[in-house]
Design a protein around this ligand. Structure first.
Ligand code: SF4
Length: 755
């Protein structure tokens, strides 16, 4: 796939002026993260300094990447925007919907059989609107992006949390919800709270059994799963430059596991080598010309405490291999003897049932070559595997090259199954059990990023531990969690004691990368003739109808649910099996608010309908009100809509006829998502008024015809006994967002403006 070198040159052409301006207005030297942020402002050259962790800023990302699960609703929405092409280079990647079961060829065919309508839809929309399309089997989104699109100093957004992987090539790359991606595809700005900055100084050098994975496992252990929230983590120091580009990708990838906005590294020779090896010498040449802007200023790295909000220092020469888990990626245990005691104390099974290498985190050529050096030793020394073994290459380019170089053959000779170049077991797409809910307690080890309960195989009793690929290989051979390859001996088939030597491998393929068909399909130059077919009877896809404006007369509205306590986007739009319906708004709306706790009965998915006084599921009740032409409102507690940026959590209530969501406070992204869908997102001016809302209330909005910025709205709550309470509701709509409301949605407004 040809990347957009002209776009990259344009970014570099303006960088010097913008970075200089940012230095001037902030009055200090700059970190790399600041250089990238200030050179991607929506308004061009920076004119004011932003307060980290406080100011909301409009940015202009260079690229967008979509994965197949999230792309469906994002593209369905984009189709509503009335555009003929995406405004910035965008790619779609088919990787999440492919299950791992028997091995690559049959698993890929099964996925094509079961999800073909989704893949065809994504392909035709991509073709029509100018998006690059990576077909099923082409690879995992973040590995493909690193190999083809990431570039030093760039800014990217993607509808997947591990978009951050591209920090390994010096980008600021951030995971977003579909609605944000749609805005940027439609030519609008992308808003982000200016992040705080965490500096990680890496001294020393990795050696022996220690790998880049251990760096991020160590960082996770230090800062915890939430320690990076709202911050960009910037790595620097001799330890950073001494590491491979894909190793840096691994570290940035798992920045998502510490909650970081993203992570990044300064441009260096490892990145240049990787760019040249992946056929992008022109990007490397362009980057070399502006390289002083593609890393933090020397003064920053000399005195990091002055310029970062937090600084962590790790000496790579002293770092030991780690196993993190189970059930959380920030629980670190040193490989070896610590594990025996800790596992016994916590009742973790020491016997390992499966070892898995792959995911977007660790599936590069270097990862597979180092792990295969351990596999080869096992073969040479007469050892077998004591656990089952599975490998997911990160991309077809990596698969083809590692097959050519005998690396996959080595894994297979040791009994490994090679799965499709896709997410597979990393996202629960692993047909390990017939009945995962009742499957036995067991331990597995993998090189993925996430290890929450049920994440890999749906079994709540699977204890998943995260480690480097080489350590996964060693522990799969030994079959025990507490195996320490640096000290422990194994007994081979001849009854002899043998030890595994340190892993060896290649940063990049000595004979270069090779691939026959990388799985990329370029879009048509003129896509106007491309027809997008969605079967009306499909249960997985449904074309969207523009939402009709709710209007300024909301009277006689009924309470759908008063949610008690925590109500996250998972409570509003559950994941799990519902992922199947992500491209079908009506079907996925059957999960609307089914996890929210009804404040009157304290039950979930059980609310009273004022139509007949009966109790029913929330979606059924909402549909009955909608059919009767009655608007509904949802009342909620604090931080309503926290969790993910999933736009379904706003689209579903909107689809089911909810006119307003009135809460004590909002998670900001969800509040914005409600606004984008043309609904009212309101907060109680007086929080105690939450207690005034009763189960049989009817609501009249008194002054909605005067809806204006900074002017609270008045809502009359009429109780069943005829008494009334007046409730003042605050809002944060600016004039543009009021236009979204008036038009029925932000997309309706964009479409109107285009017309
Ligand atoms: Fe997400 Fe795992 Fe796929 Fe990476 S491999 S994109 S973490 S599901």
């Amino acid at each position: 796939m040809a990347f957009d070198i002209e776009m990259i040159k344009q970014v570099y052409a303006t960088m010097s002026e913008r970075v200089d301006a940012a230095r001037k207005i902030t009055g200090k030297p700059l970190t790399l993260a600041e250089k990238i942020l200030y050179s991607h402002l929506w308004g061009g050259t920076p004119e004011k300094a932003f307060i980290r962790g406080k100011d909301y800023v409009d940015f202009a990302p260079d690229r967008i990447a979509l994965q197949d699960a999230t792309a469906q609703m994002a593209l369905l929405q984009f189709m509503q925007a009335g555009k003929t092409k995406v405004a910035v280079p965008t790619t779609t990647h088919c990787d999440h919907l492919i299950q791992a079961k028997n091995g690559a060829s049959s698993d890929l065919q099964t996925a094509l059989n079961t999800s073909n309508e989704v893949f065809n839809f994504l392909e035709s929309v991509s073709n029509k609107y100018g998006l690059g399309f990576w077909k099923p089997g082409a690879g995992i989104i973040h590995q493909v992006v690193l190999e083809n699109y990431a570039f030093p100093g760039g800014m990217m957004i993607g509808t997947d949390s591990h978009t951050v992987n591209a920090g390994g090539l010096g980008m600021v790359a951030i995971g977003v919800g579909g609605a944000d991606a749609v805005d940027v595809m439609a030519g609008m700005a992308w808003e982000l709270k200016f992040p705080k900055l965490i500096g990680v100084k890496l001294t020393g050098k990795l050696s022996g059994w220690t790998a880049p994975k251990d760096v991020i496992l160590k960082v996770a252990g230090i800062v915890s799963a939430k320690g990076g929230t709202g911050a960009i983590v910037e790595y620097f120091g001799e330890g950073a430059t001494g590491m491979s580009c894909t190793g840096k990708g691994t570290i940035c990838n798992m920045g998502a596991e510490i909650g970081a906005t993203t992570s990044t590294f300064g441009y260096d020779e490892s990145m240049e080598r990787y760019l040249r090896a992946t056929d992008r010498s022109d990007v490397a040449d362009a980057a070399n010309k502006v390289k002083e802007h593609l890393t933090g200023d020397a003064e920053v790295y000399a005195n990091p405490e002055e310029y970062f909000d937090q600084v962590i220092e790790i000496n790579l020469s002293e770092l030991s291999p780690l196993l993190n888990g189970p059930f959380t990626p920030d629980l670190s245990t040193k490989v070896g003897s610590d594990m025996t005691t800790i596992a016994n104390k916590n009742d973790w099974p020491l016997k390992v049932e499966w070892g898995l290498i792959g995911s977007c985190t660790n599936s590069s050529y270097e990862d597979l070559s180092r792990a295969s050096s351990i596999a080869q030793q096992a073969i040479d020394k007469g050892l077998g595997i004591k656990a089952e073994f599975g490998i997911n290459p990160g991309s077809e380019k990596v698969r083809y090259t590692t097959e050519r170089d005998g690396i996959l053959g080595t894994f297979e000779a040791l009994g490994a199954t090679i799965f499709t170049n896709a997410c597979g077991p990393c996202i629960g797409q692993w047909a390990r059990y017939e009945d995962p809910k009742n499957a036995p307690k067991n331990s597995i080890i993998h090189s993925f990023n996430r290890n929450f309960a049920k994440r890999a195989d749906g079994n709540p009793n699977t204890h998943a531990f995260v480690a480097s690929p080489e350590m996964v290989a060693a522990i799969t051979i030994a079959g025990r969690l507490d195996f320490n390859p640096m000290k422990d001996k194994l007994i081979n088939k001849n009854g002899e004691e043998v030890m595994l030597d340190e892993p060896t491998g290649w940063e990049l393929p000595p004979k270069g990368f090779e691939v026959k068909d990388d799985g990329y399909l370029a879009p048509k130059e003129d896509g106007s003739g491309v027809v997008i077919n969605v079967d009306e009877t499909s249960e997985r896809l449904q074309l969207l109808e523009p939402f009709a404006p709710i209007g300024n007369d909301i009277s006689g509205a009924k309470l759908l649910i008063k949610a008690h306590g925590k109500c996250t986007t998972d409570h509003i739009s559950m994941a799990g099996p519902w992922l199947r319906y992500r491209g079908h708004l009506d079907n996925i709306s059957n999960n609307c608010l089914i996890g929210a706790v009804n404040a009157y009965s304290m039950k979930t998915n059980f609310v009273k309908s004022q139509l007949d006084g009966e109790f029913d599921a929330v979606p059924n009740t909402a549909r009955a009100y909608k059919a009767a032409g009655i608007k509904t409102i949802v009342v909620g507690d604090h931080n309503y809509g926290e969790g993910s940026s999933r736009e379904h959590a706003a689209m579903e209530p909107r689809h089911l006829g909810v006119a307003a969501v009135l809460v004590k406070s909002f998670a900001r992204i969800h509040e914005t998502n409600l606004k984008k869908q043309g609904m009212l997102g309101l907060t109680f001016a007086n929080e105690a008024d939450y207690d005034l809302i009763q189960e049989d209330d009817t609501f009249n909005f008194i002054d909605l015809n005067e809806f204006a910025p900074n002017k609270p709205l008045t809502i009359e709550a009429v109780h069943i006994d005829g008494s009334k309470d007046l409730i003042m509701a605050n809002h944060t709509y600016n004039q543009g967002q009021i236009e979204w409301y008036n038009e029925g949605s932000a997309l309706n407004l964009i479409k109107k403006q285009n017309a």
